[in-house]
Design a protein around this ligand. Structure first.
Ligand code: ADP
Length: 594
């Protein structure tokens, strides 16, 4: 299997491993988190429903209690009465009739009364009857006494008699309860006499009496007084609620509710007494606060239904939470915490995936670089080895009889051996650098001599390929502490690169200068240059520029990494300025000795 195929396979395997250990668990975790949230949401809805059910029960209880109070009011109605609070019904459907004395009791008085000059006799008869133990007789007597006084034009006495009549409350006179009849007559007298202030005062009292007696009055009697009471008291008569009147007339059975003339009427029946409530009055009995209650036959999705049949209430209630947000608050906090937790988990998961992916990409790149290195090194080795084999075969087989030519062959052999040696040394040194086992033999050395010597040697070798090296050594001392062999290799690598990547231009420049306590060694070429995005990368091991890969320029990608290592070990640094198509300048800065 070829190198390329193997690395492809390795890459695939790594990808599968990456998917297996990161993406799949992450997706599984995401799915589980999603399920968890979903479950939590269902749970929250369920809890909310429970809360609503509980609140609905409380609401029903509170309505039952309120209705209990209404039942109490109903109980206070006269037996058989149908009433309504607020006097909106304003008369009794089944009035409790008060006892009224039979007409015969007063027959003698009335006979005298209508006889000429019989008034005094009538007065005497009536007066006697006002002392009767029967309230009904007393009431009838006071009424007739007053009437006689009025006919005799004795208004003060008449007024006095009416006042007495007003005091009797357990009897009727003239078809109406005695107090009403008395009060009405008093008002009437004030009106006839034009006493407005008194009329207003007594009128108000008539109105109060009428309201209080309403549940005992028949509609006819009520209507008889209602207009006058309103006019005299200046207080408008209560508006008769026709719907209530209809409901009252239909004599509904039991406790219940229904529609009359478009109005929703509720009736509460206790024994034979019934109290009617308008929609507004009934609504006032429904609880508010944490719930929103309405009378309805069907509930919408946020409501709980409590049927009349189940609760004993006259209405079917639809109950919703007034502020579901508030009720959700405890769950919302929990949910927020859950979200936060999932968020953190997701962040960690994504971070982990990213790191994992980076690591794997690095590993892949490294694997690729290493396989490239093996290919490149084998290729580099092949060239000198081939020439060595050919030259040594020619020599050993005696195919070079000419001494001068033989000399040329020996030199070629030496050059190939030297190149091979350099390459092996470089690889060994690189291995040492990688494992931090590289030892530098430091000594005080003249950098100028080292640069001149190395550039000279290189130019000798380069000349064979038509390449020129121009060296420029600045004035002064260039004494540095360092490993001559290592520094030589660093410079050689830079020169080698300058030549490899010089393109059309077959020249390179080496300059050594000094600034203060630093020596600057520059290797300049007018070659292919290095794109911006690769300028930092070139110092990484195994890195090969795009141009060198595309143009198939042989190389192993360890040269600049070694230069960097060596220069750093000497307390210096390497910098690069380059422009694609124009060339590159590598500059080594090294500290000099005093
Ligand atoms: P190699 O030359 O064996 O590929 P190096 O570490 O010496 O490895 O260089 C790394 C990369 O830097 C090269 O592949 C090349 O793309 C780029 N490079 C180095 N020197 C030069 C130069 N003088 N001009 C243009 N590109 C260069």
């Amino acid at each position: 299997m070829s190198n390329g195929n193997r690395s492809k396979l390795a890459r695939k395997r790594l990808l599968v491993v990456f998917l297996a250990v990161t993406i799949m668990p992450a997706m599984l975790a995401a799915w589980l988190a999603w399920r968890l949230l979903e479950q939590d949401f269902i749970l929250m809805r369920e809890r909310l429903r429970e809360v609503r059910e509980r609140r609905a029960d409380e609401a029903v209880l509170s309505a039952v209690r309120a209705l209990g109070i209404v039942a109490q009011q109903t109980r206070s109605l006269p037996s058989g009465a149908v009433g309504a609070p607020d006097h909106s019904l304003a008369y009794a459907v089944q009035p409790r009739l008060l006892p009224e004395a039979p007409a015969e009791v007063f027959a003698a008085g009335e006979f005298a009364e209508y006889r000429p000059a019989g008034s005094d006799e009538a007065l005497a008869i009536y007066r006697k009857l006002t002392a009767s133990p029967s309230a009904a007789i007393r009431a009838g007597a006071w009424l007739r006494l007053a009437r006689t006084f009025r006919r005799l034009r004795r208004p003060d006495d008449a007024m006095q008699a009416y006042r007495h009549l007003r005091e009797i409350d357990a009897a009727a006179a003239g078809g109406a309860p005695a107090p009403l009849a008395g009060q009405w007559a008093i008002c009437r007298m004030h009106e006839e006499a034009g006493r407005t202030a008194e009329l207003r005062k007594e009128g108000a009292q008539l109105r109060a009496l009428l309201d209080a007696a309403a549940s005992n009055l028949s509609r006819d009697v009520y209507e008889l007084y209602a207009e006058d009471a309103a006019r005299w008291s200046g207080k408008p008569r209560p508006v008769l609620n026709e719907a209530l009147a209809d409901a009252a007339l239909s004599r509904p059975n039991g406790t219940g509710a229904g529609r009359f003339r478009g109005q929703f009427i509720t009736w509460v029946k206790v024994d034979d007494r019934t109290l009617l409530l308008t929609e507004e009055q009934a609504t006032r009995l429904l609880p508010t606060g944490p719930v929103r209650v309405r009378v309805a036959a069907v509930a919408n999705k946020d409501e709980t239904l409590r049927r009349a049949g189940d609760t004993g209430l006259p209405w079917t209630l639809a109950i919703a939470l007034a502020d579901p947000e508030k009720e959700q608050e405890p769950f919302a906090i929990r949910q927020r915490l859950l979200y936060a937790l999932l968020g953190v988990m997701a962040a960690f998961g994504m971070g982990g995936c990213y790191l994992g992916w980076r690591l794997i990409r690095r590993e892949l790149a490294l694997a690729q670089m290493q396989s490239d290195l093996v290919a490149a090194v084998s290729h580099e080795f092949r060239t000198p080895l081939t020439s060595m084999r050919q030259v040594s075969a020619a020599l050993s087989e005696g195919r070079v009889p000419d001494e001068t030519r033989r000399q040329v062959y020996y030199e070629a052999l030496a050059r190939a051996t030297e190149r091979l040696h350099r390459m092996v040394e470089a690889l060994l040194d690189f291995g040492k650098m990688e494992s931090d086992a590289m030892l530098y033999r430091t000594e005080s050395l003249d950098l100028a001599a080292l640069v001149a010597g190395t550039a000279g040697d290189f130019s000798h070798e380069a000349a064979a390929k038509g390449f020129a090296v121009h060296t420029e050594i600045g004035q002064g001392e260039f004494q540095v502490k360092g490993d001559a062999e290592a520094l030589r290799r660093a410079l050689w690598n830079l020169l080698d690169n300058a030549m490899k990547y010089s393109g059309e231009c077959r020249e390179t420049w080496v300059s050594l200068s000094r600034n203060g306590r630093e020596a600057f060694l520059r290797v300049i070429d007018n070659g292919i240059g290095i794109p911006d995005n690769e300028q930092r990368e070139v110092f990484r091991k195994f890195f090969r520029g795009s141009a060198s890969r595309h143009s198939r320029i042989p190389g192993s990608g360890i040269g600049l990494a070694m230069v960097n290592h060596i220069v750093r070990a000497h307390g210096g640094r390497v910098t690069l300025t380059s422009e694609p198509g124009k060339g590159s300048t590598f500059m080594i800065q090294l500290p000099t000795e005093e």
